[in-house]
Design a protein around this ligand. Structure first.
Ligand SMILES: CC(C)(COP(=O)(O)OP(=O)(O)OC[C@H]1O[C@@H](n2cnc3c(N)ncnc32)[C@H](O)[C@@H]1OP(=O)(O)O)[C@@H](O)C(=O)NCCC(=O)NCCS
Length: 182
């Protein structure tokens, strides 16, 4: 597992102390509006604790995974960024997606883009991926803007088999990413 830093943020592996803010974030209907089929599934302390342990196991298994995003000024849990295999969308596999989720009070400060940028760097430079996708609900324009700022571009539309939701898949290849770096 890795730790990354940006001007304002520390990205570190998920830890026990993240469980309460993670639970708050995952039970906020506004945060969860465009996730899955938009309905809040059962979320409790136990299932949230399982997210933390699964995240740590994922890093060990794949060499990439979820990082908690902590503000350097104040040490607050702002959200997470992740590299993950999008098993919910089998028709685009094999693939690795980059994703993000932030507590509502931390939106609109450029944190998602600032945190995802070094993780995308890591995806190509360290995890040696050839292509990274990002998947969103068509109405999730905020997330679409983050993808755009990171250099991802529209690749295809797909339908999530589990609940029939239409999603947009954006993507960036290793070569395209290198070109964005000049
Ligand atoms: C999506 C999310 C991570 C964005 O976090 P953030 O820290 O606010 O993102 P950033 O500040 O880095 O960038 C957001 C961009 O969207 C823009 N934006 C905000 N509202 C917008 C809207 N309604 N339509 C279009 N763009 C919008 C912002 O202006 C900003 O772009 P800019 O830098 O060009 O001004 C956050 O809103 C979130 O956690 N949402 C809930 C979970 C989620 O949907 N995750 C993604 C699933 S695909």
């Amino acid at each position: 597992m890795i730790t990354l830093t940006t001007d304002r943020l520390l990205l570190r592996p998920p830890a026990q102390e993240d469980i309460d803010p993670l639970l708050e974030m995952n039970t906020d209907p506004e945060v969860m509006r465009y996730i899955g089929d938009g309905s809040l599934g059962p979320v409790d302390r136990e299932s949230t604790a399982a997210i933390v342990s699964r995240a740590r196991e994922g890093w060990a298994r794949n060499g990439f995974g979820m990082l908690s995003v902590i503000t350097r000024d104040g040490g607050k849990y702002a959200g997470w960024v992740t590299l993950a295999v999008p098993r919910f969308l089998p028709q685009i596999l094999p693939a690795v997606e980059i994703g993000w989720r932030f507590r509502r009070g931390f939106w609109g400060r450029g944190y998602a883009t600032e945190a995802a940028a070094p993780l995308l760097d890591f995806a190509f430079a360290e995890a040696e991926l050839d292509r990274v996708v990002s998947i969103r609900h068509p109405d999730n324009h905020r997330s679409g803007r983050v993808m755009e700022k990171l250099g991802l571009r529209f690749a295809e539309e797909a339908v999530v088999p589990a609940h029939g939701t239409r999603v947009l898949v954006d993507a960036i290849t290793r070569e395209e990413y290198a070109a964005t770096k000049g």
